[in-house]
Design a protein around this ligand. Structure first.
Ligand code: C2E
Ligand code: MG
Ligand code: MG
Length: 564
């Protein structure tokens, strides 16, 4: 009895060890039919025990190796009882992967082969890390996960291998405000968080596909027979929202997710990618921590927008439909002119005037913001040069800068070239950056670039101040000259108590930091009175002037000069 119990215990321990192993284990009989597999096998191949038991082990073959390869394989295994090497196999859901396989044949008392035991490791990560594959660029170097290009391939392959009743759930995940992690904890630490995020995601969708598109954007795909897309997303979110412990900090990340499902939402990887992106974009408009599945109506918006994007391209090519309008800025106590803001206008041949609030986001999303921004830079500087020659407006002209110009374009050299061409000093061209630009992680570390721009002689203002999330400590070390208090706070002055308090606080703070302040959107005498009382030095708004074309600005100025 003791002997039997002992034997039983030994066997249980062996089985437990197999369960723990991270190597896949497959045991097959003399006819190569699978007898047993361990959990790592399921994790790597996607096949459950019941799906493969009794099957020929060649179900895993990818078809990448020719007949001669397998002949050599069997010959070695039969004659030496052993084979070791690299094999490309295929997961249940279709993607092929390289594994390092060690095969051992076991014989019975008569010396005949009774079983084969195979031990294998998924080496797709190692493989991808190899120089050649990296050069071709299939892997994201930070996380070791598939990159955008590889994700396209993997999605295509999964789509091709869908069986009846199966679907693909897929999601694009964007980490909210990742910039503040980089800023607060350092870029190295930010990298570590991204790597950990990728690892956790990969573990969560074991058997699925996980990749990084760049920055803080990840993608996951799973093949499933369940129709529970929303529950999957909710679960995914709650799993990924658990805190990450990094360098003694407990870090909880907010996530914005755009998702879709094949075949319902499309069956082409290009289309599905696009739809997921428009879903993500739409989710972002709701603010942070939101998810959105693709809806056909998003595409409708898409096609109308696409037409507009094409029109904008045409407008840029000819330049005829674009104009700059100018709004004056004033000292509050005596109304003296202190600056002028250039605001872009698009006169569409059919739709009439289109607001920059509508076409600028469009240009940003479709890669037109850099040429558009360059157009503004060139025209603003040409205008300055005209004024200079006419002896008009010896005050700074302020232009608005989009995040995209900092991310994608070489704005600095464009500015320098145009200024020197027109012989305009840099102090005359002020740059307005919104708070969201400062917080956009894609712009990289923006601090030294702002320093450099100021060294060139430009002044920098933070536009729409108060609408972003910048902290006071952040502001303190930013190289800026001026805050533009957003018109949202000015609108309900002086009646709204909170807005009045915010305005007062911003003014006090700016004085403390030695920054200039200008209040935007001043429309009424009451607003003006309140701001004057609070000691606000400068204002801009309809009460003084709407944005007007250059010739109108000149006409008004001439009239004022006559009066004076
Ligand atoms: P912004 O830079 O904050 O510009 C101020 C906006 O407030 C302008 O709207 C202006 O017409 C409006 N405004 C000024 N005074 C008043 C007022 O008293 N009452 C009200 N209700 N509104 C007032 P606009 O021209 O529609 O521009 C909207 C936004 O589009 C701008 O906000 C800016 O972020 C962006 N934008 C405009 N031109 C450019 C450009 O050349 N480049 C970039 N990147 N963005 C631009
Ligand atoms: Mg502005
Ligand atoms: Mg503004």
């Amino acid at each position: 009895m003791r002997q039997v119990r002992h034997e039983h215990r030994r066997r249980t321990l062996c089985e437990e060890a197999l369960k723990l192993s991270e190597d896949g284990v497959v045991i097959s009989d003399a006819a190569n039919r699978i007898v047993a597999v361990n959990p790592a096998f399921t994790q790597i191949t996607g096949y459950e025990v019941d799906e493969v038991r009794g099957q020929d082990a060649s179900v895993l073959a990818s078809g990448r190796h020719d007949k001669a390869f397998y002949e050599r394989y069997w010959q070695t295994l039969r004659t030496t009882g052993h084979w070791e090497g690299e094999v490309w196999n295929q997961r249940k859901h279709g993607d092929q992967y390289p594994e390092w396989l060690r095969m051992q044949a076991y014989t019975d008392e008569q010396g005949r082969v009774s079983h084969y035991v195979g031990l294998f490791t998924d080496i797709s990560r190692h493989k991808a890390r190899e120089q050649d594959l990296r050069r071709i660029g299939f892997e994201d170097p930070l996380t070791g996960l598939p990159n955008r290009r590889r994700l396209h391939e993997l999605m295509t392959s999964r789509l091709r291998h869908l069986r009846a009743g199966e679907g693909l759930d897929m999601a694009l995940i964007d980490i909210d405000g990742f910039k503040s992690v980089n800023d607060g904890m350092g870029v190295d630490c930010g990298d570590r968080v991204l790597a950990r995020f990728g690892q956790r995601l990969a573990r969560y969708v074991a058997g699925g596909v996980v990749g990084r598109l760049g920055g803080d954007e990840f993608m996951v795909i799973r093949t499933t027979t369940f129709d529970d897309h929303q529950a999957w997303i909710t679960d995914l979110r709650s799993h990924m929202s658990e805190p990450f412990e990094v360098e003694g900090h407990s870090l909880r990340l907010g996530l914005t997710i755009g998702s879709c499902r094949a075949p319902e939402d499309g069956n082409d990887s290009g289309v599905l990618f696009q739809r997921m992106e428009s879903a993500l974009y739409s989710a972002k408009r709701y603010g942070r921590n939101h998810d959105q599945r693709f809806r056909p109506s998003l595409d409708m918006v898409g096609s109308r927008q696409l037409a507009l994007v094409n029109d904008l391209r045409t407008a840029l090519a000819t330049g005829h439909q674009l104009e700059l309008h100018y709004q004056t800025q004033h000292r509050l106590d005596d109304g003296a002119l202190t600056g002028i803001e250039a605001l872009l206008r698009w006169r569409h041949p059919e739709h009439g005037m289109i607001s920059p609030g509508d076409f600028i986001p469009l240009a940003e999303r479709h890669g037109l913001m850099v040429p558009l921004g360059n157009w503004v830079v060139d025209h603003a500087i040409a205008q300055l040069s005209n004024w200079h020659q006419a002896g008009l407006f010896e005050v700074p002209l302020w232009i608005n800068i989009s995040a995209m110009q900092l991310i994608q374009g070489d704005m600095e050299s464009r500015l320098a070239a145009a200024l020197s061409q027109h012989r305009v000093p840099a102090w005359q061209l002020g740059l307005e950056l919104t708070e969201s630009v400062l917080l956009d992680d894609r712009a990289g570390d923006i601090y030294p670039r702002m320093e450099a721009l100021r060294k060139m002689g430009h002044q920098i203002a933070i536009d729409d101040f108060g609408t972003g999330y910048s902290s006071l400590s952040y502001l303190k070390r930013l190289p800026v000259d001026k805050l533009k208090l957003d018109r949202e706070f000015v609108r309900q002055l002086p009646d709204d108590k909170e807005d009045a308090a915010i305005t007062g606080a911003v003014l006090t703070m700016a004085r403390g930091l030695g920054l200039e302040v200008i209040a935007e959107g001043v429309e009424t005498e009451a607003q003006r009175g309140f701001l004057l009382e609070q000691g606000c030095p400068q204002v801009q708004g309809f009460l003084f002037s709407r944005p007007v074309p250059a010739n109108e600005l000149h006409a008004r100025w001439a009239k004022q000069e006559q009066l004076a």
